[in-house]
Design a protein around this ligand. Structure first.
Ligand code: URA
Ligand code: SF4
Length: 184
């Protein structure tokens, strides 16, 4: 564990702890406010993120940004990271060994950011952070408290691209997180 973001970011440079290192263009570490009260965790970089080195800059990210705008959430005020920092080939789900290799970085990010609320974007993030026994269909929209952090699982924004009907739930889950934060 590192006590500063600088040390942590330096430690990931050139990481080859899992096989995702072989095809990446950039490690997508995370972005936003390093003291954020609200953190969002996705799955892993896609093509656009891999090229730019920034999380959620592609189509799914644009949907997320639209929800932020509608809710008055400033993207610069939150912290955004992923379970794995390098792009899985063809956007497949990260494999368990890849998640295990990468999770220490995310844990350290959470410790340094100290968010009050973490929004888990989709099944991969939910299971990696809270455990395999959780499913997005039964957990989404429901608060889960663990070790002093409140978790709000919701759909991954890419799921909204496939099924428009999920947009309302996604929006409402982010709104619930925003409202809860305002009352803390
Ligand atoms: N999907 C994710 O899970 N993370 C990103 O950064 C982009 C798309
Ligand atoms: Fe290292 Fe994580 Fe990239 Fe794997 S995904 S090479 S563990 S930074």
């Amino acid at each position: 564990m590192y006590n500063s973001f600088e040390e942590l970011e330096n430690s990931i440079v050139g990481c080859n702890k899992c096989k995702l290192c072989s095809n990446r263009n950039n490690i997508v570490f995370g972005c936003g406010n390093k003291n954020a009260d609200l953190m969002l965790i996705g799955e892993g970089p896609g093509a656009d993120e891999d090229i730019q080195g920034i999380p959620f800059v592609g189509k799914a990210g644009k949907l997320m940004n639209a929800a932020f705008d509608a809710l008055g959430i400033n993207r610069d005020d939150v912290y955004i990271a992923n379970v794995v920092k390098c792009r899985p080939p063809n956007n497949r789900n990260p494999e368990k060994d890849e998640e295990m290799a990468c999770l220490d970085y995310l844990r350290n990010q959470v410790i340094l950011v100290k968010p009050k609320i973490i929004v888990l974007l989709g099944s991969v993030a939910l299971k990696a952070i809270l455990g395999n026994e959780y499913s997005i269909t039964s957990s989404r929209g429901k608060w889960i408290e663990k070790k002093g952090i409140l978790y709000m699982p919701t759909f991954h924004p890419a799921a909204l691209l496939r099924d428009e009907k999920k947009k309302i739930d996604f929006y409402n889950d982010l709104k619930e997180a925003r409202n809860r934060l305002e009352n803390m």
